[in-house]
Design a protein around this ligand. Structure first.
Ligand SMILES: [Zn+2]
Ligand SMILES: [Zn+2]
Ligand SMILES: [Zn+2]
Length: 340
């Protein structure tokens, strides 16, 4: 993440909608990838350079978004909110707060995808290749939904995430019952975006062969592999071959976990560079350099967390097999960056 300042000089953050020092309304402009301070002029919001903006309708109506829309356009929703296909019923208690947490994570995901120059089109714009998000509830939410269980996952351009993942108690209970070291909304979204981009790439010969060598044969029975994983647990030596126990469930899951970690690492290194903790941004680094740098930095980060009485921020080990998988993700990203 980049470091932002209000026009008054105050440090402001990606999620802010107001400057705590001067009271200016703030919004994120995905065009300039910057936070802008705005002044109301009649119906329109003006930024310092005189450009006029509207607040995203999801920000204006539900306080779940701080992104801006150019006033000249037709769209009422911002670039990020246009990817939403199903949104929560905000008439139900807690849903607006949970939705807001979903949006924060989704926007952090999109920020990095935009930084990386990855192709982004909505499912509405491109029914064959576009992306959409469904924020859904099921009977567990206690909101009168009688449909069975809605699982977080990816299928045919759609990332589905259960709104309960934005509830700390529910998510922590789930994390413990699955014996996971790490479970966050952002982690889910980064992982699922990996399934999307692998499908988007429609990889042919060479790259598919390289995938198979690193991750295995992705056509093996998916439902059966997942069932076996949840019944029998991961292989005893998983930590020497995978980034997480879940990655050992199926080649597609190994890929999506590796992709998710690539994004964690890229964003964290960018933040570290913005705060002068390292002297290069990840865009300037080779993949081996990023891994080396992140190894050091993540140890410090975990120690800092322990000093604050918190659990490790990054409870993972980048073994040699994982290094190779991350380098493969980097290769796929380079292919996706090439306009076709
Ligand atoms: Zn300010
Ligand atoms: Zn929005
Ligand atoms: Zn997955």
């Amino acid at each position: 993440m980049k470091r932002f300042r209000c026009r008054c000089g105050q440090a402001v953050f990606f999620d802010n909608a107001l400057c705590s020092a001067c009271g200016a309304t703030l919004g994120f402009d995905p065009g300039s990838m910057d936070m802008l301070a705005l002044q109301l002029d009649g119906e329109q919001w003006l930024s310092e350079d005189g450009a006029s903006w509207r607040l995203c309708s999801n920000g204006r109506d539900f306080a779940v978004c701080n992104w801006l829309v150019a006033a000249a356009g037709e769209e009422s929703r911002c670039l990020a909110c246009q990817f939403n296909r199903t949104v929560p019923n905000t008439g139900v208690a807690d849903n607006a707060a949970r939705w807001a947490r979903m949006e924060q994570a989704k926007k952090r995901l999109l920020f990095t995808l935009l930084e990386l120059g990855l192709p982004l089109e909505t499912l509405a714009q491109s029914p064959q290749r576009g992306l959409a998000f469904d924020f859904v509830e099921d009977e567990r939410s206690g909101h009168g939904f009688t449909e069975g269980l809605a699982h977080t996952g990816y299928a045919a351009g759609v990332i589905t995430i259960n709104l309960l993942e934005a509830d700390d108690v529910a998510r922590e209970a789930q994390r413990q019952s699955l014996q996971e070291d790490y479970r966050t909304v952002l982690g889910h979204l980064r992982h699922e975006s990996g399934h999307y981009f692998w499908q988007y790439l429609q990889a042919g010969g060479d790259i598919r062969g390289a995938f198979r060598e690193l991750f295995g044969e992705e056509s093996v029975d998916y439902a059966g592999a997942l069932q076996a994983h949840y019944e029998q647990g991961p292989p005893p030596d998983w930590s020497s071959r995978y980034i997480s126990a879940y990655a050992s469930a199926h080649p597609s899951e190994d890929w999506a976990e590796s992709w998710g970690h690539y994004l964690h690492i890229y964003d964290a290194l960018e933040t570290a560079a913005a705060y002068d903790l390292i002297d290069q941004s990840p865009a300037q680094m080779s993949m081996p350099r990023r891994i080396e740098c992140w190894r050091e930095l993540s140890v410090s980060l975990n120690e800092l967390n322990r000093s604050a009485g918190l659990a490790d921020a990054y409870p993972f080990v980048l073994n040699t097999a994982v290094e190779m998988k991350l380098s493969f993700v980097d290769r796929v990203i380079a292919l996706l960056q090439t306009p076709r």
